[in-house]
Design a protein around this ligand. Structure first.
Ligand code: PLP
Length: 453
C-alpha cells in the first residue's frame, strides 16, 4: 500500500486541482488517500483508521458502507440508468421520491425541484424566487438578502448569496441584486445584550436592509437555520420568529438553506423546525442521499408552488440530471432508512442530547476554548485568547488551522471554520463512538494549548 500511496499522491499532484485548496502547498505535502469507509470510520491508504467527525462534508448522515444503498443503485442502473425529466417524461423513482419528501417535510411542502448539489439548489431557488415574483405581477421584486459569513455554495449564484468575502474577492462577486446583513453571532456582536434581545436586534438588521433597498424591490431573505460552514453559528431562539414576522410584514419570501441542517442533523427533519417557523422555500442536498450520489432538491411551499404552476408558464431552468433515476432511488432508500430505522428520532432523543452534554463537559474546561455550543449532532467551540474578556485571537483562523492539523495527524477529522472548531459526525454514531471521538479530540486540544498557544 505504501508504494501505492506514493504513486497516487504523485498522480494527484500531477493532474488534480483540488477544491478550496492551495494546490502548490498541497502538492508539497501530498494529499491523504482515503480508500474505504464503514460507519463513522475512514481508512487511508497507509491503513490508518480515522474517525470522521464531519460525516464527509456534513453529508454522510446515514454513515458509510450501507450495502442496501449500493444494491438499490445497482438494480436501478440495470433497469433504467438514465432518462431526463424535461420534455413530458418522468420516471417511477422521481415520482416516488417526491411523495416521500412531501411526507417527511413539514405540512405545506408538496412540491420539489431536483438539482445535483447544494449550490445548484441555491441557484435554482434564486431563479425560482425571481420568476415567482414576475409571474404574480411584481417583476421589480428581485433583490435577495443574505448574511455575511453565510455559506450557500460555490457557483456564481451560490457564492454571491453566501457572505464569504474571501470567495467574493475571487471573480467580482456578488452578482447584482444580492446584498448582505450581519450574521446573528451573539458571542461577537451581542456583548451588552441578553441572547433574546440580541436575536431580535439581529433580525431587525434585516428590516433595516429591507427599508434601505425598498420593500417593493426585495424578493427574499435567505439564511441557514444554523450557519454551518460559517462556524456553527446558532442564533438565539428569538431570531427566526422575528425574521419570519419581518418577512411577512413586508411581503418578502423567507428561504431557509437546509443543505447542512436538513435530514436530521439537528434532531429535527429540517433545521427551521427547531425554531417553529415556516419558510416559503427551503434548499437541500447532502443528507438527502447521505452523499452516496449527488442530488439536491428545492422544497417549494404552496404559495410559491401555486404561483408558479398557475401563472409561471415555462420555467426555463433545469439540469440534465434533475430527477436522475439512480440518484432518486438511492435518496429514497436513504430517506426511508433515516425515517424507518429511527435515525432522526435517535439524534433528537438520545445521541444528540448525549453528544451535547459530553461536548460541553469535555471542552468547557479548557482555558482557550469558549462558546461551547451545539444541537443534535452539529456542534462547535471557539478558540479564544482570553475567555474572561471574550477576546478572540489575532489573525483569525490561524489557531483554528493549527488545532485542526493536530486532529488530522491524530486520525480525527474535525473542521476549522476560522477559529471555530466544528464537528458533525454521521447520525448513526453510537454513544461509545461519541466517547471515543471526544476523548481523542480532548487530547488534541490539550496538545494545542500546551504546544501552540
Ligand atoms: N448551502 C449550504 C448551507 C452548504 O453548507 C453548502 C455546502 O456546504 C452548500 C449550500 C453548497 O452545497 P454543494 O457543495 O453541494 O454545492
Amino acid at each position: 500500500m505504501k508504494q501505492n500511496t506514493e504513486a497516487w499522491r504523485a498522480l494527484d499532484a500531477a493532474h488534480h486541482l483540488h477544491p478550496f485548496s492551495d494546490t502548490k502547498g498541497l502538492n508539497a505535502q501530498g494529499a491523504r488517500v482515503i480508500t474505504r469507509a464503514e460507519g463513522i470510520y475512514l481508512w487511508d491508504s497507509e491503513g490508518n483508521q480515522i474517525i470522521d467527525g464531519m460525516a464527509g462534508l456534513w453529508c454522510v448522515n446515514i454513515g458509510y458502507g450501507r450495502k442496501d444503498l449500493a444494491e438499490v443503485a445497482k438494480r436501478q442502473m440495470e433497469e433504467l440508468a438514465y432518462y431526463n425529466t424535461f420534455f413530458k417524461t418522468t420516471n417511477p423513482q422521481v415520482a416516488e421520491l417526491s411523495k416521500l419528501l412531501a411526507e417527511v417535510a413539514p405540512e405545506g411542502f408538496e412540491h420539489v425541484f431536483y438539482t445535483n448539489s447544494g449550490s445548484e439548489s441555491v441557484d435554482t431557488m434564486i431563479r425560482m424566487v425571481r420568476h415567482y415574483w414576475s409571474s404574480v405581477g411584481k417583476p421589480e421584486k428581485k433583490v435577495l438578502i443574505g448574511r455575511w459569513n453565510g455559506y450557500h455554495g460555490s457557483t456564481i449564484g451560490g457564492a454571491s448569496m453566501g457572505g464569504m468575502t474571501y470567495m467574493h474577492e475571487q471573480g467580482d462577486l456578488p452578482i447584482p441584486g444580492i446584498v448582505h446583513v450581519e450574521q446573528p453571532w451573539y458571542y461577537k456582536h451581542g456583548k451588552d445584550m441578553t441572547p433574546e434581545e440580541f436575536g431580535l436586534a439581529a433580525a431587525r438588521w434585516i428590516e433595516d436592509k429591507i427599508l434601505e433597498v425598498g420593500a417593493d424591490k426585495v424578493a427574499a431573505f435567505v439564511g441557514e437555520p444554523i450557519q454551518g460552514a460559517g462556524g456553527v453559528i446558532i442564533p438565539p431562539a428569538t431570531y427566526w420568529p422575528e425574521v419570519e414576522r419581518i418577512c411577512r410584514k413586508y411581503d418578502i419570501l423567507m428561504v431557509c438553506d437546509e443543505v447542512i441542517c436538513g435530514f436530521g442533523r439537528t434532531g429535527q427533519w429540517f433545521g427551521h423546525e427547531l425554531y417553529g417557523v415556516k419558510p416559503d422555500l427551503f434548499t437541500t442536498a447532502k443528507g438527502l442521499s447521505s452523499g452516496y450520489l449527488p442530488i439536491g432538491a428545492v422544497f417549494v411551499g404552496e404559495r410559491v408552488a401555486q404561483g408558479l404552476i398557475e401563472h409561471g408558464g415555462d420555467f426555463n431552468h433545469g439540469f440534465t440530471y434533475s430527477g436522475h433515476p439512480v440518484c432518486c432511488a438511492v435518496a429514497r432508500a436513504n430517506v426511508t432508512a433515516l425515517r424507518d430505522e429511527g435515525i432522526v428520532a435517535r439524534v433528537r432523543e438520545e445521541t444528540g442530547p448525549y453528544m451535547q452534554a459530553k461536548w460541553r463537559e469535555t471542552f468547557g474546561q479548557f482555558d482557550h476554548v469558549d462558546d461551547v455550543r451545539g444541537v443534535g449532532l452539529i456542534q462547535a467551540f471557539t478558540l479564544v485568547k482570553d475567555k474572561q474578556k471574550r477576546e478572540l485571537f489575532d489573525n483569525w483562523g490561524t489557531m483554528g488551522l493549527a488545532c485542526r492539523d493536530i486532529f488530522f495527524r491524530e486520525n480525527l477529522i474535525m473542521r476549522a471554520c476560522g477559529d471555530h472548531i466544528v464537528a458533525a459526525p454521521p447520525l448513526v454514531i453510537s454513544k461509545r463512538e461519541i466517547d471515543e471521538m471526544l476523548g481523542r479530540a480532548a487530547r488534541c486540544v490539550e496538545e494545542f494549548e500546551r504546544v501552540v498557544v
